[in-house]
Design a protein around this ligand. Structure first.
Ligand code: AMP
Length: 532
């Protein structure tokens, strides 16, 4: 067959991870495990307990907690479409045009799918299980079945019967009460909102206060992907909810993050702090800032110009080069704090000093949302280019109340785990490929039984063991052990099994020794200690 006539086999699609998401693979995941393990340990020593939260929540929770007008909520959230609403529209939109057999068939199919989904939603409690809804769904089901029977009978004629039938269907669909319960969900762009939701939902205000919780896991934001910025990224965060707002709490939360970073040997760590006042002093400052910004409006870029009116604090965040000199001269919140906020800020700084924590004050560190107040902080690290913030945090005393809970003090932070890992890798803290401790080179049926038992015992003692699934010649097995970076090869042939003396080869040196099984574990245990 010539090449031209040979029909090219269509290749099955090769899937790739969606833009902005990625796979984390070994050996890199070993570093992720170490980071997470260290977080569990360090946060545990500060009395924090882990909370595991859902990955999706009602869209409204984020709209309220993060702010409906923020980029995160207005542009970057991944929402699930309201399925019933879409199906309902897809069905009713066809009704006026059902005038040919094909269109009747299409309509009948849409209606059948809608009915199926309505029934499912009703049973799952996703739409109100009212008498009216049950009745309407029952009627719609009948029309759907009738339509299909008519269509199958092929005696279709343009008649008033269809118009009447579809008119009724349209009316029934209109009367369904589905919006009330069919809620819009979104993948979480952050977790503070969920922690507060859980605090309220589980009446945690009745526990001894404050409640100290931490979490870790993926977050989702549809941002422009670049180094250190992904659409699925990971955060490790903590929140202190309830009880007092003593400055020592703010300082201890910061101390906890700094201890965590220290334990990981993260390099170039810099802590920036600021106080953004409270609802007494901030509005006056914001007004003054706005007035000053209006005076220099012409010199600012379009984003900052817009923010003068919508959210002047955000102008302080600007990275636009030409705006930097202007921003330096703007009024600073530190000079406009009320007495209570100034005292609070001074005390937070004193408490940090007591803990030996070095910080830089950064008047440009602000938050755009009303319930954020007083302490805000950000931590940067080495090797991250423009996305160098590894942690952001602050106090948010009004948030729980805004979500329907009792007045509750709150402070927390979120660490960007992806960036933390990047910075550790840049600093040479990556872990190498994880070799096996022992490769068991076995030959013969009797040896295999002994090898299975040996693997079990070694693994129980915490060694990583590779037990080849099929017999190999010793030469090949040793080559394989080398490739896997094993430290030892345990050689088990029939001779070894009969004599009860096993051969252990140290792969780096080629040294060989004979051991009885109990002595082997002893030897490996000691050699592990020596190399630690
Ligand atoms: P935020 O919740 O925006 O205060 O972010 C807290 C931390 O999460 C930041 O300091 C970053 O380290 C990290 N972070 C935020 N967005 C992303 C992203 N798209 N990709 C990777 N890390 C992120």
């Amino acid at each position: 067959m010539s090449e031209g006539t040979q029909k090219k086999q269509e290749q099955p699609r090769r899937f790739q991870a969606i833009k902005g998401t990625r796979d984390l693979l070994p050996p890199e995941t070993a570093l992720w495990i170490r980071v997470e393990q260290t977080a569990h340990e360090v946060f545990g020593t500060f009395g924090f307990g882990e909370i595991r939260l859902p990955i999706f929540e009602p869209t409204e929770l984020f709209a309220r907690a993060v702010g409906g007008e923020t980029d995160i909520v207005s542009k970057e959230m991944y929402g699930f479409p309201k399925k019933l609403e879409i199906l309902r529209r897809a069905t009713t939109d066809q009704i006026g045009q059902v005038n040919t057999p094909t269109k009747i068939h299409m309509f009948a199919q849409s209606l059948a799918v809608l009915v199926l989904n309505l029934e499912q939603a009703l049973n799952a409690g996703e739409i109100p299980a009212t008498e009216s809804n049950r009745h309407l769904i029952g009627q719609l089901k009948k029309i759907s079945e009738e339509t299909i029977v008519f269509w199958r009978s092929l005696n279709w004629e343009p008649s008033g019967k269809w118009t009447e039938l579809f008119g009724t269907a349209s009316e029934l669909i209109k009367n369904l009460e589905i919006e009330r319960l069919e809620e819009s969900f979104s993948l979480r762009p952050e977790a503070t909102a969920s922690v507060c939701r859980a605090y309220i939902e589980h009446n945690m205000n009745q526990l001894p206060q404050p409640v100290k919780l931490y979490y870790m896991g993926p977050m989702f934001r549809r941002e422009r992907p670049q180094k250190g910025r992904y659409r699925q990224f990971y955060q490790i965060g903590a929140e202190v909810l309830g009880g007092s707002d003593a400055p020592a709490i703010d300082a201890e939360v910061i101390e906890m993050v700094m201890t965590f970073f220290e334990r990981l040997w993260l390099e170039g760590v810099q802590l920036h702090i600021n106080s953004i006042g409270d609802k007494n002093c901030r509005p006056k400052y914001v007004e003054q800032l706005r007035e000053e910004l209006r005076k220099v409006k012409d010199k600012l870029g379009p984003d900052s110009q817009r923010r003068i009116e919508t959210n002047p604090l955000r102008v302080l965040d600007s990275k636009v080069e030409s705006e930097q000199a202007i921003i330096e001269k703007l009024p600073r919140i530190a000079q406009h704090l009320c007495d209570a906020c100034r005292e609070n800020y001074d005390e937070v700084k004193r408490q940090l000093a007591l803990r030996g924590i070095v910080y830089t004050q950064n008047f440009r560190l602000v938050r755009g949302l009303d319930y954020y107040m007083r302490t805000t902080f950000e931590i940067t690290a080495k090797g991250l280019g423009s996305q160098n913030a590894v942690c952001g945090g602050g106090r948010y005393d009004g948030l729980v109340e805004m979500l329907g809970g009792p007045p509750t003090k709150g402070i927390g932070f979120a660490i960007g785990e992806d960036r933390l890992i990047l910075s550790l890798q840049e600093g040479g803290k990556a872990l190498g490929p994880q070799g096996r401790d022992v490769y068991i080179a076995w030959m013969g049926e009797k040896a295999y039984t002994a090898a299975i038992q040996a693997a079990k015992n070694l693994r129980m003692a915490g060694f990583s063991v590779e037990l080849p699934p099929v017999e190999q010649k010793f030469g090949k097995a040793l080559g394989q052990a080398d490739k896997l970076g094993a430290r030892y090869a345990l050689i088990l042939g029939d001779n070894e099994v009969t004599s009860g003396e096993w051969t252990l080869k140290t792969l780096a040196t080629g040294e060989q020794g004979k051991f009885r099984e109990p002595d082997l574990l002893d030897f490996l245990g000691k050699s592990e200690k020596r190399s630690e």
